[in-house]
Ligand binder design. Structure first.
Ligand SMILES: NC(=O)c1ccc[n+]([C@@H]2O[C@H](COP(=O)([O-])OP(=O)(O)OC[C@H]3O[C@@H](n4cnc5c(N)ncnc54)[C@H](O)[C@@H]3O)[C@@H](O)[C@H]2O)c1
Length: 363
């Protein structure tokens, strides 16, 4: 019988505790320990899943076959460096690191020590995205919205590295073409980092993408819409739901020129559009949750020493694009001149209110 793979989770906060829960339940895995600088957190999770609690990760370097790193991003580089330097495979949560230089350094180290690196771009394991990947698609326009209320976590990074990074990785997976141009604008609401960002990315193959990310939005939404010559796809990542629309055979062969139709036929276009000319397919993609699939994939890659679906190189490319977006956000001149306010923290002074005081008080 193959021995169980010895794993540890470093950082068992909001997400790390879910990693611990799932790993503790995988039959071919032994969760040998959980690490957290908060001793109560480490002990509580260790007790729950029948494993040992640690306050630092160093003792684990001699006890594990692989590790999951789910500490705040600012600590990813230091902790990943220790595991990689010991040739230990790691799954590092997204974003891989806080800076591009750190990501590149870790990649170099991983090559030097032949250590497998997977990065937690979890949406790649979302069954809805997997379904898209099975279809022929050459995207020409992509629009994504990833917004939600402030969680009080991930305050060490801004919304680009926190939320938009998911869509940047998906975008680079879908559009296999060099990025030509990046324009972005962002604003700070809570201080420290950008909290709302809109980015426009053009690719050498003619594809254009508009991305929005916000962590100060009252209602959560994780949606992407893709237009391609093959048709249109709308993805709801939270519901794992797809809407696919494609031109019918008839439309492909005959086209639709309303000027050639008799007035009665023209009058029916509205009712017939999504029947005669365009076909729609709604799909619920419920083949398991993405975190379990991501961890099972990691375990399988470690066991078979195969390249993971989301490699360190992929994560590095996403961070490189995020860096270009952040550069654009930081250099945006709000009044069109460098001598005026620049970047996400220096918005122009408001000129007035959008609604009168009575309504402000009511709100
Ligand atoms: N893939 C996703 O969709 C997703 C979702 C949420 C968070 N994340 C990522 O996961 C990571 C953790 O986020 P979170 O929301 O769970 O944060 P969190 O603050 O809830 O948890 C982090 C935990 O790490 C512990 N910690 C801090 N420094 C440590 C150290 N040096 N060694 C050991 N433990 C340490 C903290 O005490 C805390 O319990 C971040 O990188 C974040 O971007 C990814």
């Amino acid at each position: 019988m193959t021995p169980r793979l010895r794993l540890a989770v470093i950082g068992v906060g909001h997400l790390g505790k879910e990693h611990a829960r799932i790993l503790a339940g995988l039959p071919d895995v032994e969760l040998v320990g959980v690490v957290d600088v908060n001793p109560e957190q480490a002990q509580g999770i260790a007790r729950q899943y029948g494993t040992r609690a640690f306050g630092v990760h160093w003792p684990l370097l001699n006890l594990v076959d692989a590790a999951v790193v789910a500490v705040p991003t600012v600590y990813h580089h230091a902790i990943a460096t220790d595991f990689i330097s010991h040739g230990i495979p790691i799954l590092v949560e997204k974003p891989f690191t806080s800076t591009l230089a750190q990501a590149e350094e870790l990649l170099g180290l991983a090559r030097q020590h032949s250590a497998l690196v997977q990065v937690g771009h979890i949406e790649r394991f979302n069954p809805a995205f997997e379904e898209i990947q099975r279809r022929p698609l050459q995207p020409k326009f992509i629009e994504s919205q990833r917004v939600g209320p402030f969680t009080g976590r991930s305050t060490d990074i801004g919304v680009v590295l926190d939320l938009m990074i998911h869509d940047l990785d998906l975008l680079l997976t879908l559009v296999k073409s060099p990025v030509q141009r990046v324009e972005a604008i962002g604003a700070t609401m809570l201080g420290g980092h950008e909290d709302v960002v809109h980015a426009r990315i053009s690719f050498a193959n003619g594809c254009l993408a508009n991305l929005t990310a916000s962590r100060v939005s009252p209602r959560p939404m994780r949606r992407m819409r893709i237009w391609a010559p093959e048709g249109y796809i709308s993805v709801d990542f939270a519901r794992r739901h797809l809407t696919l629309v494609q031109p019918t055979q008839r439309f492909r062969h005959q086209g639709l020129d309303p000027r050639l139709l008799a007035p009665t036929g023209r009058g029916r276009i509205k009712e017939e559009l999504f029947d005669h000319y365009l076909q729609t397919c709604e799909m619920d993609c419920n083949s398991g949750d993405q975190l379990t699939r991501e961890l099972e994939h990691f375990v399988q890659c470690v066991r078979t020493n195969t390249a993971p679906r989301v490699s360190g190189e992929d994560a590095c490319s996403a961070i490189a694009l995020a860096t270009r977006i952040l550069d654009s956000v930081r250099s945006h001149a709000w009044t069109g001149e460098g001598s005026g306010p620049v970047g996400p923290t220096q918005l122009p002074t408001p000129l007035g209110f959008l609604f009168p005081p009575e309504e402000r008080e009511a709100a």
